[in-house]
Ligand binder design. Structure first.
Ligand SMILES: Cc1cc2nc3c(=O)[nH]c(=O)nc-3n(C[C@H](O)[C@H](O)[C@H](O)COP(=O)(O)OP(=O)(O)OC[C@H]3O[C@@H](n4cnc5c(N)ncnc54)[C@H](O)[C@@H]3O)c2cc1C
Length: 532
């Protein structure tokens, strides 16, 4: 499914209120809100299809998701996230609940389940940890992740306030959340328990934000754990529906989403953003420019003569990129039932009970050591429309982290023409990832019809993150201290949106989109959505 219309085949015409660069869920959510307020938005996307990491691709009669496997907090109409999605998609996006078990965790040879609902979750985890001290730690842990998430309100509210107010009130609003955000996940969990196995289990979703416990901010961990605590959901019709369901909202406002529309530079006059220059040198103008392509990519688009760019350069030094990954896209002949597939994802770890150690062992010796983490998702099993759309077929995605540096010697080579050495390396990793799949689903051995591996170079090629990073900026404690990660920039008429000004994840990017629209419109959009 391709979303958006091609810039190569369709002229951009007329006057737009806003130009948005990039079509990730953050930009699309922002454009949808602005459109609902009668504004005309022009969304420019470099890739051949819109949606950012929510796009899907098709090959050999199969369809795979690139960056959506499950989304939390949308399986009840009372949640804020459900209401936001409902508002921007005008009710077009529907969700399929993943059932009681949303994640299965394998630590060495043992299997554990993450089940829906905080009380059920506690009960299920406690079954495996009978020591009363561990049981107390589990209770305290759940309490803490809710407290951390509740503390985030002031932190996000501060991002939309005008600078003169944040100057006086900013630290006060951020303080409560920063208590959680400035500590690592490991530090916080070690306050609760010394049981390494329990810590390893409770942090088993660290792949959702890309940093092991000693490096990640507890705020990010808590946000993700709470996000899925009431279960996971999947967009009915596949991840491509996230973008498809926002397009009519944007079009109703007179806007459009153009694909194959790479932006080269943001144009300025007297330090004010006034438009964009495309890769084909054409120029388009609007009173406000919104960038949803990440902080580092936005920096690259600002000309060097802009004096305030120096501050951005200094800011760059304060941030790291998130990790990169390899994903094995698998196609199988047979239905979910034929193949015995379930909706729950797998998180597979070696038996170290120490994710940091497993990660450093793997990075030091990738040939010999086990993958630090393997994640497996069964998209076709999660989508009730799949069998209608792809009869008698199924799909699986198997993912692991992999540094960009392993592949950078091929970065100048063209996609699909990177040569035998690259293909052999990919084949070696593909086989290892298949073995991980067979470990947990042995019935699939011999049933694979097609597989292909993406590397960090693929991510860089298709989604334009320089080092193939999957979650934009790294979610370590210093990230949360950076007050410049908000919609308003120090350059007049240039705004940011998407995951880098909030957090990774479709919901994080969506929140980014709402924050940006709120800032630009100078309205409390969330309050208005809730009241509707
Ligand atoms: C493997 C993987 C699995 C994931 N799984 C989940 C999951 O299960 N659940 C979940 O909630 N989240 C998941 N995520 C994270 C989620 O997909 C992202 O956090 C989210 O999509 C980020 O949205 P964004 O709006 O910031 O923009 P992005 O999705 O990052 O999109 C940015 C867009 O900008 C475009 N662009 C870049 N440069 C230019 C330019 N110069 N001109 C024009 N366009 C440009 C890019 O092509 C891209 O389309 C996953 C991500 C990955 C990679």
């Amino acid at each position: 499914m391709k979303n958006g219309i091609s810039y190569k085949q369709n002229k951009i015409e007329g006057v737009f209120d806003y130009i948005l660069i990039g079509s990730g869920p953050g930009s699309l959510a922002c454009a949808s809100v602005l459109s609902k307020y009668g504004k005309r938005c022009c969304v420019l996307e470099k890739h051949y299809t819109a949606g950012g990491f929510t796009h899907v691709f098709r090959r050999r009669g199969y369809e795979w998701d690139v960056g959506v496997h499950y989304i939390g907090d949308v399986n009840r109409p009372t949640t804020l996230l459900f209401k936001i999605f409902n508002y921007i998609t005008e009710g077009r996006l529907k969700w399929e609940d993943m059932g009681e078990i949303y994640d299965k965790v394998i630590l060495g040879d043992e299997e554990f389940h993450f089940v829906k609902g905080s009380e059920n979750f506690k009960k299920e985890i406690k079954k495996n940890f009978s020591d009363p001290e561990d049981q107390k730690a589990i209770d305290k842990y759940i309490d803490l992740i809710y407290r951390a998430s509740n503390a985030s309100k002031g932190f996000y509210y501060e991002k939309v306030l005008p600078n003169f107010i944040t100057y006086f009130l900013g630290n006060k609003l951020r303080k409560k959340y920063m208590k959680f955000a400035s500590r690592t996940t490991l530090e916080v969990l070690q306050d609760l328990t010394n049981n390494k196995k329990l810590i390893a289990l409770l942090t088993a979703q660290y792949g959702d934000y890309g940093l092991p416990p000693s490096k990640s901010s507890f705020a990010m961990h808590a946000m993700v754990a709470k996000h899925y605590m009431k279960g996971g959901s999947y967009p009915i019709g596949g991840a491509g529906q996230i973008c498809a369901s926002m397009l009519p909202t944007i079009r109703k406002g007179g806007g459009e989403v153009y694909t194959r529309a790479g932006v080269e530079q943001i144009l300025f006059k007297n330090n004010r953003a006034i438009g964009v220059k495309m890769e084909d040198e054409k120029e388009f103008f609007a009173p406000v420019i919104i960038s949803g392509v990440g902080y580092f990519n936005t920096y690259k688009m600002i000309p060097n003569w802009i004096s305030k760019k120096i501050q951005w350069k200094k800011n760059n030094l304060k941030m790291k990129r998130s990790l990169s990954h390899m994903s094995l896209y698998i196609g199988l002949k047979g239905t979910t039932k034929d193949l015995g597939l379930k909706k729950a994802n797998y998180w597979i770890y070696p038996g170290d009970y120490d994710h940091d150690l497993s990660m450093s062992k793997f990075l030091d010796n990738p040939e010999k050591e086990s993958f630090a983490l393997t994640y497996i998702s069964f998209p076709s099993a999660k989508d009730p429309t799949w069998q209608e759309r792809y009869p008698k077929k199924s799909t699986i995605e198997v993912i692991t982290f992999a540094p960009y540096q392993w592949f950078n010697k091929w970065e100048q080579k063209e996609w699909k023409k990177r040569g035998g050495e690259y293909d052999n390396l990919k084949e070696k990793y593909s086989q290892r990832l298949l073995q991980q799949l067979y470990r947990v689903e042995p019935q699939l051995e011999g049933k694979i019809d097609h597989y292909e591996l993406s590397t960090p170079l693929s991510t860089s090629h298709f989604v334009n993150y320089d080092k193939g990073e999957i979650y934009g900026l790294s979610h370590d404690p210093p990230r949360f201290k950076n007050k410049f990660l908000k919609p308003r920039t120090n350059l007049k008429n240039l705004f940011l949106t998407g995951q880098d000004i909030a957090t990774a994840g479709v919901s994080g990017a969506l929140v980014g989109g709402i924050l940006t629209a709120s800032t630009i419109l100078n309205r409390n959009v969330i309050k208005e959505i809730v009241s509707k």
